[in-house]
Design a protein around this ligand. Structure first.
Ligand code: NAP
Length: 337
């Protein structure tokens, strides 16, 4: 897997016999001493936080295996996004939906990090187009009377402005529209944004029917590369959808991962694993998910939890340990059937 260091050097994840950490160390040492201290800091952070923790989507885009979510942070957004990136997060999720997200605050936090030496190519920036039904009527970021394709174009332009970027790594449809034809109309507008180079890949969220995702895959020219869903027992943890995603190399992202699963976190198996690995329950859960191919979102406001979340790649659950956690999720899903 190839990655680009903050200073533009390329590496292939140690597959050529040179260790990833060696490559990063060499990049740090190779930095010319012309005021590049900030770049060195970001390289060093990448080294400490496991820059190799990425998964590649069907579109060939490298997605960090854990993503920082920015919902409900209002005026703290800029500070928390900056802190998250400084702590080692390289994926940021937001939405052009002022009701729940301060997208301009995300842009300000990202820009502060870019000014401090982070390379834009090292950051995975993902936002969403939200249909009228999900918007606050007082703060709609596009003309509600415009056609759906025009609403997408206006929302996209607002996202670029807010995020102070000229491209998005992923544009996610916040949820399917009430009628399939409408969903497709929006999706085709998304496709034209990929064609014009403004968006690298597409995703869909809150899509809990395998048939709906299959239909979208069937009818689209540019297939979804990401599915972002609530990870809870009531949907059987999207077992079928996740199977479909892995067949199609679609990256499944989870939200509500901790909030929806207090019983899982309190389970004796998780507590025992936390003690064996000297980690917290949330770290065990996040690590388990990354090992089964799920990309969890975390919207923590705590610096300690941010460090916990980015350091999950320092340890690994064994096959037997993973199977023990599988069993907890299977039991939870069975209980809500
Ligand atoms: N597509 C959608 O419709 C949708 C919907 C909801 C959310 N999202 C996305 O998903 C992101 C995450 O949202 P979420 O609903 O999953 O909840 P969340 O904002 O991550 O909150 C989960 C809770 O877990 C705690 N937490 C996080 N990391 C922890 C750790 N390592 N140890 C202990 N506690 C920890 C947080 O508390 P502390 O702050 O104290 O750590 C918080 O109370 C959002 O910001 C948003 O980007 C998308």
């Amino acid at each position: 897997m190839e990655f680009v260091l903050a200073n533009g050097m390329r590496s292939s994840n140690g597959q050529n016999g040179v260790g990833l950490h060696d490559l990063i160390s060499r990049a740090i040492d190779a930095e010319p001493a012309r005021g590049e201290a900030r770049t060195r800091r970001f390289c060093r952070l990448a080294l400490e936080c496991g820059v190799d923790a990425f998964i590649t989507s069907i579109a060939g885009i490298r997605i960090p295996r854990i993503i920082y979510g920015t919902a409900w942070k209002t005026t703290d957004t800029e500070r928390l996004v900056e802190l998250a990136i400084q702590t080692g997060f390289r994926g940021i999720d937001t939405a052009c939906q002022p009701k729940h997200y301060n997208e301009a605050g995300v842009g300000a936090g990202v820009t502060a990090c870019l000014n401090a030496g982070l390379a834009r190519g090292d950051l995975y920036l993902q936002t969403k187009f939200t249909h009228l039904s999900g918007q606050d009527p007082q703060r709609i970021p596009y003309n509600p009377r415009a056609s759906l394709p025009e609403q997408v174009a206006q929302s996209f332009a607002a996202s670029l402005r807010n995020l102070q970027t000229d491209y998005l790594d992923c544009l996610v449809l916040h949820s399917p529209l009430p009628i399939r034809e409408q969903t497709l109309q929006v999706w085709h507008a998304f496709e034209s944004l990929v064609d014009s180079g403004g968006v690298r890949q597409l995703g869909i969220s809150n899509c809990h029917s395998r048939a709906e995702i299959e239909h979208l895959c069937h009818e689209s020219r540019i297939k979804p590369a990401v599915v972002q869903n609530r990870f809870h027992a009531e949907s059987g943890y999207d077992r079928e959808i996740r199977a479909f995603c892995s067949e199609r190399q679609i990256v499944y992202q989870s939200f509500w991962t901790l909030t929806a699963n207090p019983r899982v976190l309190a389970h004796a198996t998780i507590t025992a694993l936390a003690s064996i690995h000297r980690r917290t329950g949330p770290q065990i859960l996040f690590r388990y998910l990354t090992q089964i191919g799920v990309v969890p979102l975390t919207g923590t406001r705590s610096g300690t939890h941010m460090r916990d979340d980015v350091s999950i790649f320092d340890f690994e659950l064994t096959g037997a340990e993973r199977r023990a956690v599988d069993k907890i999720f299977a039991e939870e899903a069975a209980m809500t059937r």
